[in-house]
Design a protein around this ligand. Structure first.
Ligand SMILES: [Fe+2]
Length: 255
């Protein structure tokens, strides 16, 4: 069952307890966390390994806003690197658990601190890129926010224009490499924007990413060079609002 089928089930009135399988209990953030690792294609339960999910469109599908060469490098090289690094960190943690007591302190043994850092860096890179590909669609095919997301944008930012001003300015102002994010915050049931400088460093526990824009230079430098603002502006043309709306309903538990 993929994420969209899961939403369809909820919409059809099926009990949440019927949502067995890789998605597990679909409710607020927990449902999305499971979906992010499995149903979006970023994890293969047969191999018990993280895998590079295929792009949901052709390399050239987002042109002229994002060019095919950037997409090819970004997906096939950069994202693949995060997947490989994450699997390696998971493997090292397994070895760490199996090591004799005290072995971690011996020369050549993996340091738990170093491996945890790798886990956070590559894990964040893999999960965010997996969302990022699906957050985009060929220009003109991404739809509009659904009723639920539209109302959430209204009460959180005063509407679409308020959201875009805050989101795009935050993305442009990320220091160094990182991400701009639209997230769901479940305590007050509202949306927030966040900056992630070096994606492993900052987060707000409990939020669920809904829309993410990659502003590491590898995401735009071939076509836009140092003009990050132009890249962010172009991104607006290829947002897949259908996907973002799906994510918002899953996160918010809206049927
Ligand atoms: Fe990236």
């Amino acid at each position: 069952m993929n994420r969209r089928e899961a939403i369809g089930l909820i919409g059809g009135g099926a009990a949440l307890s019927a949502m067995a399988g890789p998605v597990g209990a679909v409710h607020r953030a927990a449902g999305w966390q499971a979906a992010a690792g499995g149903d979006d294609g970023g994890y293969d339960p047969q191999q018990n390994m993280y895998v590079l999910p295929p792009l949901p469109y052709a390399y050239e599908a987002l042109e002229p806003h994002i060019d095919a060469q950037t997409m090819r490098l970004h997906h096939d090289i950069h994202h693949k690197g995060y997947v490989d690094g994450l699997n390696k960190a998971v493997e090292q943690l397994s070895a760490f658990r199996a090591a004799e007591p005290g072995a971690a302190g011996t020369p050549g043994a993996p340091s738990i601190k170093a491996v945890e850092r790798e886990l956070a860096f590559h894990g964040s890179g893999h999960f965010l890129h997996t969302i990022f590909w699906q957050n985009m669609a060929p220009a003109g095919s991404g739809g509009e926010p659904d009723v639920n997301l539209g109302q959430a944008l209204e009460r959180s930012f005063g509407g679409m224009e308020g959201f875009w001003k805050q989101f795009s300015e935050a993305a442009k102002a990320v220091e160094g490499g990182g991400w701009g994010l639209l997230v769901y915050e479940p305590v007050a049931n509202r949306l927030m924007t966040m900056q992630a400088e070096k994606h492993q460093n900052l987060t707000a526990w409990g939020v669920t990413p809904l829309l993410v824009i990659d502003v590491w230079e590898h995401a735009y430098y071939l076509k836009y060079q140092n003009k990050r603002a132009d890249y962010v502006a172009a991104f607006r043309n290829i947002i897949n609002w259908t996907d973002v709306s799906d994510r918002a309903r899953m996160a918010m538990g809206v049927v």
